[in-house]
Design a protein around this ligand. Structure first.
Ligand code: AMP
Ligand code: MG
Length: 490
C-alpha cells in the first residue's frame, strides 16, 4: 500500500497552480525496475509493488483517494522565457509519507497528454526513464540530495521518436516538485497572493525555520540559495553535468531533478558539454555555478513584492541575496575540494588550498585525465603507492611542481597520511555511471535485456569501494566515444 498523506498540501493550498488530470491507461504494463530500498523508505512491500494491484496503484489507474493533477509552471529554457510549460507528460499522483514521517511527492512521467502538452505526445521512452533511475540511484549513493525512481513500468505501447520505441512510465519520488518555474508561473499571473501562498507552502514544506524569521521571504530566498550552492558544489566535486539547468528543472528543495542529457564528465574540462542541443555550452560543467545563480535571480524577481513594498528597496534586498550565492558556493565548493585533495589540515590557508586544487584541475585538463580516476589516484600517493597517479600524469616539470606543492600542504607523518588517504577514498568515488556503460545498459534494456542495467546499478550503489569483478566499471569510455552526446528527445 502507498501511505498517502491525509492532507494533500499542494492541491489543498495552491489552486491556480494545477489542473486536475488522469493518467492514460497502460495497455500491457510490465515492471522493468522496482526500487526496493526506496520502497522500504515508503513502507511499501516490493512484492506488492510488482503485483497487478501495486502496478495499478502506482500508475494511478486505481485512483488514489484524492485528485491527481498536472502542475503548472513556467521557465527559462536556454535563457528564453516560456510562460506556460507545466507537466506536459507528467502528473502529481499525490503526497505520501515515509516511514520516518517525511512528506514526499509521488509523480508520474510519461503518463500521457495533459492540458500542458502543447505539441508533445505526453509519452516517454523506456531508455530515458531508466536513465533517470540509474542517475538518481548513483547520485543518491554518492550522498547527493536527489529525486529517485520508485519504479519504471513499460506500458506495452510503442511511441514515435526518431524511431519507434517502447513506451514507459516512471514513478519518481521527490521531496516536492516545486520549481523556480513554479514561482515564475505564479508571478507572471500578476497575482501576488498566489506567489505568497506558494512561498508559504514552500517554506512550510522545505524551510520551516524561515517562518520564524522577521523577514521570512528573504530568509526563504537565502535558504534556497544555500541549498543550490550545496547541490551544485556536489555536482562539481563528482564531475556531474546536469545538462539542462533551465529554471523549470531547478527544484526549490535543492534536490537534483529532471535528468535528461546529463552525464558524468570523463576528461576534466570546464567546457565539457554532452547535450546535443546545447550548442553554446550554456550548461557546460564549468558554467553550472553561474547558471545556478542566474536561476536564483529569476526566483528572486518573483519574490520582489514579498520582499518590500518599495520596489527599488525590494530589488536592492534581492540583489544582495543573489550576490551572496557566490560566497556561499565558494565556501561549499572549496570545503568539498579540500576533502577530495586531502587538504584537511586547518593550518593550510584557504587561498593556498584553492590554488593547489585549481592547479590539479588544470593538470587534469592539460594531461586529459579522467576526473574520477584523477582524484582517486591521489590517496595512493599518500600511501606511498604512486603507480595509479603516475600512470595518469606524465612525469614532467608541471606535475612534479604541483606534487611538491601539494605534499607540502599535507602532514608529513606517515600514519596521519594513511588516515587522510582513507578520508579521501570516502569522498572520491571509484564507481560513477560511465557514459558508455549507461548507454550499453539502456540499449540492452530497450531490447528487453535488463541484466546489464541491474548489474550497473548494483555497482553504482557502492561508489567508494572496489568490488570483486568491477574492472569494466572503472575506466572511461574506450577511444571512439569522444564527442559523446546525449539527446533531449526524451
Ligand atoms: P523537460 O525537458 O523534460 O524538462 O521538459 C520541458 C517541458 O516540455 C515540460 O513542460 C515537459 O512537460 C514538456 N515535455 C517534454 N516532453 C514532452 C512530451 N513528450 N509530451 C508533452 N510534453 C513534453
Ligand atoms: Mg523538466
Amino acid at each position: 500500500m502507498i501511505r498517502w498523506a491525509s492532507e494533500q498540501g499542494f492541491v489543498a493550498e495552491l489552486e491556480g497552480l494545477y489542473e486536475g488530470w488522469r493518467p492514460d491507461a497502460a495497455p500491457a504494463p510490465m515492471v522493468l525496475v522496482a526500487n526496493a530500498s526506496l520502497a522500504a523508505e515508503l513502507g511499501i512491500d516490493p512484492t506488492w509493488l510488482a503485483s497487478s494491484e501495486g502496478i495499478a496503484a502506482v500508475l494511478g489507474s486505481e485512483a488514489p483517494p484524492h485528485p491527481t493533477v498536472a502542475q503548472a509552471y513556467a521557465g527559462h529554457q536556454f535563457g528564453n522565457y516560456s510562460p506556460r510549460l507545466g507537466d506536459g507528460r507528467a502528473l502529481l499522483l499525490g503526497e505520501a509519507l515515509t516511514t520516518d514521517g517525511r512528506r514526499v511527492d509521488i509523480h508520474l512521467k510519461g503518463s500521457g497528454r495533459t492540458t500542458f502538452s502543447r505539441g508533445g505526445d505526453g509519452k516517454a521512452a523506456v531508455g530515458p526513464m531508466l536513465r533517470e533511475y540509474v542517475i538518481g540511484e548513483a547520485l543518491h549513493a554518492l550522498g547527493l540530495p536527489t529525486t529517485r525512481a520508485l519504479v519504471v513500468i513499460a506500458t506495452g505501447e510503442t511511441i514515435a521518436r526518431d524511431r519507434p520505441l517502447p513506451g514507459a512510465v516512471l514513478a519518481r519520488v521527490a521531496s516536492s516538485h516545486l520549481r523556480v518555474g513554479s514561482f515564475q508561473y505564479a508571478a507572471s499571473s500578476g497575482d501576488t497572493d498566489l506567489v505568497r501562498r506558494l512561498a508559504d507552502h514552500a517554506i512550510a514544506r522545505h524551510y520551516p525555520q524561515c517562518a520564524l524569521d522577521p523577514e521570512p521571504y528573504l530568509a526563504f530566498l537565502e535558504a534556497v540559495s544555500v541549498a543550490q550552492a550545496r547541490l551544485v558544489s556536489q555536482w562539481m566535486a563528482i564531475g556531474f553535468i546536469h545538462g539542462v539547468m533551465n529554471t523549470d528543472n531547478m527544484a526549490i528543495s535543492g534536490e537534483a531533478i529532471d535528468f535528461g542529457p546529463c552525464a558524468f564528465m570523463e576528461v576534466h574540462d570546464p567546457r565539457a558539454v554532452f547535450s546535443s542541443i546545447d550548442h553554446s555550452g550554456r550548461y557546460a560543467y564549468g558554467q553550472q555555478p553561474g547558471i545556478a545563480q542566474w536561476n536564483l535571480a529569476r526566483l528572486a524577481e518573483t519574490l520582489l513584492p514579498l520582499l518590500h513594498h518599495d520596489t527599488q528597496e525590494a530589488i536592492r534586498i534581492a540583489t544582495e541575496a543573489v550576490e551572496n550565492f557566490a560566497g556561499v558556493f565558494r565556501h561549499e565548493y572549496l570545503s568539498r575540494m579540500r576533502a577530495k585533495a586531502g587538504l584537511v589540515d586547518p593550518a593550510t590557508p584557504g587561498e593556498e588550498a584553492a590554488a593547489i586544487v585549481n592547479g590539479f584541475l588544470a593538470l587534469m585538463t592539460s594531461h586529459r585525465v579522467d576526473h574520477t580516476l584523477g582524484f582517486r589516484s591521489l590517496s595512493g600517493v599518500l600511501r606511498g603507492q604512486s603507480g595509479a597517479f603516475e600512470a595518469l600524469f606524465a612525469n614532467n616539470e608541471d606535475v612534479r611542481a604541483w606534487r611538491d606543492r601539494w605534499l607540502t600542504a599535507v602532514p608529513a607523518d606517515p600514519s596521519m597520511r594513511l588516515g587522510i588517504a582513507d578520508g579521501m577514498d570516502a569522498v572520491n568515488p571509484v564507481h560513477v555511471p560511465r557514459n558508455h556503460l549507461v548507454e550499453e545498459a539502456l540499449a540492452a534494456a530497450t531490447a528487453g535485456d535488463l541484466a546489464p542495467l541491474e548489474a550497473l546499478v548494483d555497482i553504482l550503489r557502492v561508489p567508494f569501494e572496489r568490488l570483486p569483478d568491477d574492472e569494466r566499471y572503472l575506466l572511461p569510455a574506450p577511444d571512439g566515444w569522444e564527442g559523446y552526446m546525449t539527446f533531449c528527445g526524451t
